[in-house]
Design a protein around this ligand. Structure first.
Ligand SMILES: Cc1cc2nc3c(=O)[nH]c(=O)nc-3n(C[C@H](O)[C@H](O)[C@H](O)COP(=O)(O)OP(=O)(O)OC[C@H]3O[C@@H](n4cnc5c(N)ncnc54)[C@H](O)[C@@H]3O)c2cc1C
Length: 448
């Protein structure tokens, strides 16, 4: 943040006595861009409450407000023209081994959560490619890892504490609020400010990760399920050249009596003998351990290690979810655009996710395969290519990842997200005056 921004932000806290009580005084606000730096937030007003009561007062005092997580989304989903609220000071964690749940403050990241629960013998079912994201922010957008049988991260949510537009604290749980709960979990920050999330946990487990090089994509025509079932979590990376996956990352659980060994060959692909980064030429130092070395789930399920910059750093991302049984056809459709895609691409990743019943989840009632693009930071060019990809994937009813870059019109989103009318009704119930609506929601949920 530059000096002007810092002074403006500090000023915002100090002008109102109400707000100044919530600032940490000497602590400068978070940078005013997202993690990637491709999106600059439209307000300098960032509230940093330390308690749920302070969250309630912030919510009551603002006409417009949006919760900000760890800033890892690539579009304006967390933006506001008036006020943002960061829950990073709400970082309490409480494990309940009896009910096999953990309750976390909305500021907690997966990187903080994982060693805490692992130390007490527990794990969550899956993680995204990086641990740096907040639990609340990830679950709000349907963030996922990979694995045919693994639902996205939000499927672990069993309860949420939310401060709604009137400043009241509402607790919604899977058990008690069966009808509306599936609409509230992946809420794109629209329902209110989540202050606490309760997640299902399971006994901790060990994982071995290995990488194979150069798998012909032709094998996916008849073996897609088998290839993605070859581990607990499987990712294929491709640059769309030569009809091949340059790397296959397989993460296997270490279970007694079941072999987790890696054969030297996998559908003709060769087992790597050195540690690799998904991007050719990048050091693998920031990647999680490979070469089949067993380790705790949270040090193998993400691709990137906690204390290092994930991925490339300066990048953009887009991702589309298709029905898994149409996965190979969808790959062939995108492959036709390789000459337009590859010059602007760092890498594509293919993953699978189990179906769920969360209304705004891209995996809603559909076992999915995702086609992800890590782009070079070349937005003018990427903006031209995205509509072409979306057109190629239209026959497969590809749903975009809410937190990444897409150009699909809202009229199309309505066709793809079948529960959009119910979601709108839920937002109207908890936020009748649109306090938590921002431009992203106005365009993508209410536009068109
Ligand atoms: C390098 C990199 C790798 C990534 N890898 C993956 C991946 O493997 N899989 C995947 O699916 N995605 C991935 N993403 C996308 C990322 O998971 C999503 O953008 C996620 O939503 C980011 O969480 P966050 O904590 O940064 O939230 P933010 O981006 O800050 O906010 C996201 C949304 O959550 C809402 N929100 C945040 N906190 C609260 C709260 N307390 N109450 C209510 N709403 C809230 C915001 O309003 C906003 O709508 C990646 C992103 C990056 C930069």
């Amino acid at each position: 943040m530059d000096k002007r921004q810092f002074l403006k932000t500090s000023g915002a806290f100090l002008t109102g006595t109400l707000l100044s009580r919530f600032s940490s005084g000497e602590q400068p606000a978070a940078p005013r861009t997202n993690w990637s730096g491709n999106y600059t937030y439209s307000t300098d007003r960032l509230h940093l409450p330390k308690t749920v009561e302070e969250v309630q007062q912030v919510v009551k005092s603002c006409n417009k407000l949006k919760a900000l997580g760890a800033r890892h989304s690539f579009n304006g989903i967390a933006d506001s023209t008036e006020n943002q609220i960061s829950l990073k000071n709400l970082d309490q964690m409480a494990l309940d081994p009896k009910s096999r749940t953990v309750a976390v403050g909305a500021g907690v990241t997966y990187g903080q959560l994982a060693p805490y629960i692992d130390g007490q013998g527990f794990a969550v079912h899956n993680l995204a490619s990086l641990p740096h994201i907040s639990v609340a922010g990830a679950c709000a957008t349907g963030t996922h890892g990979s694995g045919n049988k693994n639902g996205n991260l939000s499927t672990a949510v069993s309860a949420m504490e939310i401060v709604t537009a009137d400043g009241e604290v509402v607790v919604l749980s899977r058990e008690r609020d069966g009808e509306r709960f599936p609409g509230a979990v992946v809420a794109l920050g629209g329902l209110g400010v989540v202050t606490k999330v309760t997640l299902d946990v399971q006994p901790t487990f060990q994982v071995r990760q290995a990488v194979y090089e150069n798998l012909s994509l032709a094998h996916l025509e008849t073996h897609l399920d088998e290839i993605f079932a070859s581990g607990y979590s499987v990712s294929l990376f491709t640059d769309w050249q030569n009809h091949q996956a340059t790397q296959v990352w397989i993460k296997r659980r270490v279970e007694p009596g079941i072999s987790s060994d890696f054969a030297p060959e996998f559908f003709g692909a060769k087992l790597a003998t050195t540690k690799l980064h998904p991007l050719a030429g990048h050091s693998a130092e920031n990647c999680t351990e490979q070469l089949g070395i067993p380790g705790p789930w949270y040090e193998r399920l993400p691709h990137f290690r906690m204390n290092f910059t994930p991925s490339s750093g300066a990048e953009l991302q887009s991702e589309f979810f298709v029905a898994r049984d149409k996965g190979y056809e969808a790959i062939l459709a995108v492959e036709q655009l390789r000459d337009q895609v590859t010059p602007h691409l760092f890498i594509t990743e293919l993953r699978t996710i189990a179906a769920d019943d969360l209304w705004m989840s891209p995996c809603y009632q559909r076992p999915s395969m995702t086609i992800h693009f890590t782009w070079k930071p070349e937005w003018p060019a990427v903006k031209q290519v995205l509509p072409m990809i979306e057109a190629k994937l239209a026959p497969f009813n590809a749903r975009p990842h809410w937190a990444k870059l897409f150009t699909m019109p809202p009229s199309r989103l309505k066709q793809l997200y079948w529960k959009m009318p119910d979601y709108q009704a839920l937002l109207s119930h908890y936020d009748p005056r649109g306090k938590f609506r921002n431009e992203f929601l106005n365009t993508n949920i209410y536009g068109g």
